[in-house]
Design a protein around this ligand. Structure first.
Ligand SMILES: C[S@@+](CC[C@H](N)C(=O)[O-])C[C@H]1O[C@@H](n2cnc3c(N)ncnc32)[C@H](O)[C@@H]1O
Length: 272
């Protein structure tokens, strides 16, 4: 491993690297079972159909965005044009942007979920908290985050990977969890899981988190809004949408009476 010199811009190293190895990387996933789809399906089970999902560092879109696009709207961002070209071919219904996760812009509260798998370790770790904070801003309250990155501590190195120079940088798993919490997320589930790549077992930190619902200075007004929201969607008969998308943390029974249990500062609302 070489130390990072001033002449080596990490972003350009990664961009060039993935432009060259996009096809070889795609072949790696055929070697052994990776936990990626299990975690993705866990995230998708929390969403209603037609949700807006962002994939930061989407790669070729195979298999995650192919799965997402079956029921949802997917936007992918990748710094490698070769990966974006593959993603556009693999997921015709997706919207793919050639750009840097550190500078791409989206409107606030425009996604129901954001995923970023095996990508943060290619971005200088000094940027990780800022990027997590930007993701937090792009998510709607209650929105879900899924990330995975190498479970190790790497200050910023360029090493050979799949035959090309590649940049790696990450904090240890405990620090990553602290950063996720510090930007405001509630961590729902996290685990270190190893997978085999080129005959080597590599541990990754997986983390599922949720953007908190906002505290309301005027709870009465907020209760009225929630009641309106539910009754509006309810009247259209889309119960699945109500239960799984609008308020996934709420519990209620639909047998003549409706009991809605709101989180945090909200009291239960009962309507008949
Ligand atoms: C190991 S691949 C993972 C691809 C996909 N997420 C998956 O699960 O297979 C990492 C991807 O992140 C992309 N990437 C790395 N740094 C990036 C950055 N700063 N902005 C956007 N994409 C980036 C790379 O080009 C590459 O396609």
């Amino acid at each position: 491993m070489n130390s990072l010199s001033d002449a080596d811009d990490p972003k350009r190293v990664v961009e060039r690297g993935y432009d060259q190895v996009a096809h070889d990387y795609a072949r790696l996933k055929g070697e052994s079972e990776w936990p990626r789809m299990r975690w993705l399906k866990s995230l998708l089970s929390r969403l209603g159909p037609g949700s807006a999902i962002l994939d930061l560092g989407c790669g070729s879109g195979d298999p995650a965005d192919i799965e997402i696009a079956k029921e949802h709207r997917v936007t992918g961002v990748d710094i490698s044009q070769a990966q974006i070209d593959l993603a556009r071919r693999n997921v015709p219904a997706g919207h793919f942007i050639h750009g840097d996760a550190g500078s791409v812009e989206f409107p606030a509260a425009s996604f129901d979920a954001v995923i970023s798998t095996y990508t943060l370790e290619h971005i200088p770790r000094e940027e990780h908290e800022t990027i997590l904070g930007r993701i937090y801003g792009w998510l709607r309250p209650g929105g879900t985050l899924l990330i995975s990155l190498e479970a190790g501590e790497v200050e910023g190195v360029i090493s050979e990977w799949l035959g090309v120079p590649m940049y790696f940088s990450c904090f240890d798993p405990e620090t990553v969890k602290q950063l996720v919490s510090r930007v405001g997320f509630e961590i729902l589930e996290t685990r270190i899981e190893s997978q085999v790549e080129q005959d080597t077992e590599i541990p990754y930190l997986w983390l599922l988190a949720q953007k908190r619902y906002e505290k309301h200075s005027n709870p009465d007004k907020h209760k009225a809004t929630i009641r309106w929201l539910f009754e509006d969607v309810w009247s259209q008969g889309n119960f699945e949408h109500v239960t799984r998308y609008l308020a996934p943390q709420f519990t209620f029974h639909f047998r003549g009476r409706t009991f809605i249990q709101a989180p945090d500062d909200l009291v239960p609302i009962v309507s008949t």
